[in-house]
Write a protein that binds this ligand. Structure first.
Ligand code: 9UX
Length: 72
């Protein structure tokens, strides 16, 4: 089953930050697509449920140097 998780990302100040966060999320096995909106500070991640947890996404964002909080 696929699901979409939204995260609030803190600490992005330029467009390159968006690319860093998208790349960090997209490389997780089981992630299908990751898009980040700088203006709204939101990441939307489509992934396989059961393969990728919200915690996995948050760890990846934090390892890339940003803070993340689960939205839905
Ligand atoms: Mo831009 Mo973001 O110079 O960590 S890449 S602020």
């Amino acid at each position: 089953r696929e699901e979409t998780t939204e995260l609030a990302i803190e600490g992005m100040t330029c467009a390159s930050c968006v690319g860093r966060v998208e790349k960090a999320l997209a490389k997780i096995p089981g992630v299908l697509e990751a898009t980040v909106n700088l203006a709204t500070e939101r990441a939307r991640v489509r992934h396989f449920a059961g393969v990728v947890s919200t915690a996995d996404l948050e760890v990846a964002v934090e390892q890339a140097g940003y803070k993340s909080n689960r939205l839905s």
